[in-house]
Design a protein around this ligand. Structure first.
Ligand SMILES: Nc1ncnc2c1ncn2[C@@H]1O[C@H](COP(=O)(O)OP(=O)(O)OP(=O)(O)O)[C@@H](O)[C@H]1O
Ligand SMILES: [Mg+2]
Length: 361
């Protein structure tokens, strides 16, 4: 079967990252100037894809990529850092491995070491210190880009942010450092709250939706490259998904699969694509929605239907000013709502669509 040009699960191949040229140039400039940066954006907005592209663009640097997704403990953090060091580019590992050996350390074996009986396990804090020593020492000799992806997860591991800060703080000029995370409130808290170890240690940079022009180019090119015409897809897609990267790709993929070679997207193709995405996401959307608190559900409903959270719809749903304001703040903090000049929107257009069709107002 022919492969769809629109991938919508997991990070993209670096070469497929489109519509992020400005952000990419900005990041290259920052890393080159050794300005520590924290990239913040909602889930599935293309943070990991963009950073993978960044790593490829910075050909003269080795990348150490630490994935902190759902990190749960200090030992888990050690495991992630160890794995990242072992998996770094060759110029880095060629230098790091002998240095690690001089510290009686082998890289890439933390998982095994931590599965031993308690008395034979390394002390996680001490081990983290050694690994970070390997990182910063190697970085003085080999130009190194350190990516800390899903950094917001670190907030749940006591002492972890402090340990990282202590190890990194005197090396901001040796290493290029980019943090990325999808919980806006947690990321902001980590870098802008005085009590946090990383207070004022990084510039916050936001990743937003894809522009209409970027979506249009991508869709038109993807269809043309596979002998199809995008027809009315760009207009429908930008209206429906409002530049949400992953949903844009999911809908583009569905439309592409309903378009035979030589054909192009018309109103019925688009209807089939939307219907298919609605069908596969109905159960997950229902589950997701049921996990919000009552006032949050009310606010999501009002925002999805284009209403004002202190307007008539709020009266209809019997949600008080106070409860609505509080729910709005929580939804913004968790990245479920976004606020722009046009007002509030539900971040995920498929969730918004599910709410509008299931619970119309
Ligand atoms: N520049 C882009 N152009 C088009 N689609 C993109 C782009 N970046 C990301 N996507 C789409 O979004 C999906 C998710 O991308 P990615 O995993 O990089 O996002 P993320 O923000 O890291 O997500 P998560 O919150 O799950 O870590 C990709 O599979 C792709 O469909
Ligand atoms: Mg990611």
């Amino acid at each position: 079967m022919e492969e769809s040009p629109f991938k919508y699960q997991g990070p993209l191949d670096p070469a497929d990252v489109r519509g992020r040229d400005e952000l990419l140039d900005d990041l290259i400039g920052r890393v080159t100037a050794r300005r520590v940066t924290a990239l913040v954006g909602p889930r599935r907005y293309g943070k990991t894809s963009l950073l993978r592209r960044l790593a490829v663009e910075l050909t003269e640097m080795s990348t150490v990529w630490v994935d902190l997704y759902e990190v749960t403990s200090m030992a888990d953090l050690v495991f992630r850092v160890d794995k990242a060091l072992a998996a770094a580019d060759t110029p880095f590992t060629a230098d790091a491995a002998p240095f690690a050996a001089s510290l009686q350390l082998r890289l890439g074996v933390a998982r095994v070491e931590f599965s031993r009986p308690a008395k034979d396990r390394p002390d996680p804090v001490a081990r983290l210190g050694l690994l970070l020593d390997v990182l910063v020492t190697t970085a003085t000799r080999v130009p190194t880009l350190l990516i800390l992806d899903e950094f917001s997860s670190i907030a749940t591991v006591g002492g972890a942010a402090g340990a990282l800060r202590t190890a990194l703080q005197h090396h901001y000029t040796d290493l290029g450092i980019v943090f990325a995370g999808s919980m806006p409130s947690v990321m902001r808290q980590l870098f802008t709250n005085r009590v946090e170890p990383f207070y004022a240690q990084a510039d916050l940079m936001t990743i937003g939706p894809l522009s209409d022009a970027a979506v249009t180019d991508m869709v038109v090119d993807g269809f043309a490259a596979t002998g199809r015409g995008a027809g009315l897809l760009p207009g429908r897609l930008t209206e429906f998904a409002a530049g949400h990267p992953q949903r844009t790709m999911q809908l583009a993929d569905a439309a592409w699969r309903h378009t035979p070679e030589g054909g192009s997207v018309d109103a019925s193709t688009w209807a089939l694509a939307v219907e298919e995405v609605r069908r596969v996401s109905a159960d997950p959307m229902e589950r997701l929605f049921s996990h919000f608190q009552r006032a949050e559900r009310d606010v999501l409903r009002i925002v999805a239907s284009g209403g004002a959270i202190f307007g008539n719809a709020a009266i209809l749903l019997d949600v008080s000013h106070g409860a609505a304001a509080h729910a709005r703040d929580r939804l913004l903090a968790d990245g479920d709502l976004i606020e722009s000049q046009e007002g509030l929107t539900v971040t995920d257009p498929v969730l918004a669509d599910w709410i509008r069709t299931t619970l119309p107002l």
